[in-house]
Design a protein around this ligand. Structure first.
Ligand code: SAM
Length: 263
């Protein structure tokens, strides 16, 4: 069966996304490594390195679409290893209970288990329950490889803006647009044929990986997404770091890091 994704009405998208991640949850980390040859680890390291958690004291972080806790673990390790900070905390939020369960089990093997440094919450990025995720609460909001799965990017950004403290940082790591035509052609070939094939071989689930590849193609290119971040009220690189990029391309735009500051 095919998801026939393009014909699925928007309101069914959340259920669809939930099903996709339900079916890949237990193999998610393995597939990430296989499809990116481990490169996602380097990108995630770079993403967290830019935030330098712990440098200016403990941070209260929220990692939305946090899945199995890859970003959360890196934030906590970074703060501890570089700044001996054991006060920084991360609330991992995801719409999918299965992914969170994988994350919880994984954290059991870490020193953060059963400490106030990490917690897991099932919620939709587009409508974080306001009584639980209060206004002006977090120093850092991260979302990695998650926003493209959301039906409404503006709703996600609006919520990010709401829960961040004034001066707080929004940071997004996401697959993006490759400008170079040669790289772009190679990348297309790779992602449309090899990734779904790997999905079939490793997890027996071609459709989920097909969907993931298609969702990457539909995501707005870097300048458009940067504008959406500004439209949500954030100051981006252009305003806070002088003229130039509001984002940083990784590997020629295969992925990109966008940041914004709540003003
Ligand atoms: N951030 C993790 C990482 O980088 O490894 C997980 C990324 S995974 C590709 C995408 C995650 O987004 C999945 O765990 C999925 O359940 C979650 N997700 C999709 N739509 C969501 C929504 N509307 N709200 C919250 N999480 C969502």
């Amino acid at each position: 069966a095919s998801f026939g994704f393009r014909t699925v009405p928007e309101d069914a998208k959340e259920t669809l996304v939930k099903d996709v991640f339900d079916s890949v949850a237990s193999k998610y980390d393995l597939m990430n490594d296989a499809t990116s040859f481990g490169v996602h680890r380097l990108w995630k390291d770079e993403f967290v390195d830019r935030l330098k958690p712990g440098r200016k004291g403990a941070l209260r972080c929220i990692d939305v679409a946090g899945g199995t806790g890859d970003i959360a673990l890196r934030i906590l390790d970074y703060a501890r290893e570089n700044y001996a900070d054991r006060e920084t905390s991360v609330e991992v939020v995801d719409i999918n209970g299965q992914m969170l369960k994988e994350g919880y089990t994984r954290f059991k093997k870490t020193m953060y288990h059963n400490t106030p440094q990490v917690s897991f919450h099932e919620a939709n990025a587009q409508a974080l329950p306001a009584e639980k995720f209060l206004d002006n609460t977090y120093d850092v909001y991260t979302i990695a490889f998650g926003i493209r799965n959301c039906t409404s990017i503006p709703s996600v950004l609006k919520e990010a803006y709401r829960v961040l403290k004034p001066g707080g940082t929004f940071a997004c790591l996401e697959f993006s647009k490759v400008e170079n035509p040669i790289l772009s052609t190679l990348y297309d070939q790779y992602s449309f044929s090899i990734i779904p094939l790997m999905g079939t071989v490793l997890t027996g689930d071609r459709e989920s990986y097909q969907y993931l590849v298609e969702s990457i193609r539909r995501f707005p290119p870097q300048p458009e997404f940067a504008q959406m971040i500004r439209d949500a009220g954030f100051a981006t690189g252009r305003d806070v770091e002088g003229p130039g990029g509001s984002w940083t391309d990784l590997w020629g735009g295969i992925a990109a890091i966008h940041t914004g500051v709540k003003v």
